[in-house]
Design a protein around this ligand. Structure first.
Ligand SMILES: Nc1ncnc2c1ncn2[C@@H]1O[C@H](COP(=O)(O)OP(=O)(O)OP(=O)(O)O)[C@@H](O)[C@H]1O
Ligand SMILES: [Mg+2]
Length: 221
């Protein structure tokens, strides 16, 4: 379970401070599927990055399964992220020099699994996202939807308890977006993870268990 308490985030810019998150509190239950919507600049990415331990809050805290993640040392937080959180970005952030299989293996290699173990797992995941025929393709040789499938497979490589996706369909057409959401829901159904997805697509957002609206750094009541 995820417990967010009084989270704030400020950025210092020149002389001014920008308050991007203004006191966010939220509980997300185990296996819940949460959609986060809100206009551009509302703070969604900032919030997701903090939720995933990629950025630190100015104040407030995030407990994941009872653990205050920002009390962890940097190396402990890295380890925790690798084991617990899978992240899917808007522009997939795949490594261009590596094949689909190698990209998906990466988190397992970082966790020092053997190459055989990592590549078996990656091959299985790519099959589950419908890409067993694209293992040796590099990201530049894949369509946008396929790249996003690889990114989802990579995010699931370590069997994370939490999957965070920041506009995973942001640059895909509506049909492909629907397919990606179907895939996420299917993987969630078969798996055992909590899911938070930022999206601009209200229709897709409503398919999940709960819709959270962010307005100007706060959650709408
Ligand atoms: N590193 C930074 N330094 C200064 N300001 C920042 C930084 N990162 C984000 N901001 C500001 O914080 C606000 C929220 O940004 P954020 O990326 O979280 O919005 P968002 O809701 O994800 O928007 P979008 O829908 O366009 O992706 C914006 O006004 C942005 O300019
Ligand atoms: Mg964003």
């Amino acid at each position: 379970m995820i417990e967010v308490t009084d989270l704030t985030k400020e950025f210092i810019r020149g002389h001014g401070r920008i308050e991007v998150l203004r006191g966010i509190s939220l509980s997300i239950q185990r296996r819940e599927r949460v959609a986060i919507v809100g206009s551009s600049g509302a703070g969604k990415t900032t919030f997701m990055n903090i939720l995933g331990g990629l950025d630190h809050p100015t104040a407030g805290n995030v407990h994941i399964d009872g653990r205050d993640i920002f009390q962890l040392k940097a190396s402990e937080l890295d380890h925790f992220r690798n084991r617990t959180i899978g992240f899917v970005y808007q522009f997939h952030q795949l490594l261009p020099e590596f094949s689909a299989l190698e990209n998906v293996m990466m988190p397992a290699l970082i966790a020092r699994q053997s190459i055989t173990e990592a590549s078996d797992r990656a091959g299985m995941l790519l099959q589950r996202v419908g890409l067993s025929h694209r293992l040796v393709h590099k990201p530049g040789e894949l369509s946008g939807g396929e790249q996003q499938r690889v990114a989802i497979a990579r995010a699931l490589c370590m069997s994370p308890r939490i999957l965070l996706a920041d506009e995973p369909t942001g640059n895909l057409d509506s049909e492909t977006s629907r397919e990606i959401f179907e895939l996420l829901n299917e993987l969630h159904e078969q798996g055992d993870f909590t899911m938070a997805v930022v999206t601009h697509n209200q229709e897709l957002a409503r398919q999940l268990d709960r819709l959270i609206v962010m307005v100007d750094g706060r959650l709408e009541k």
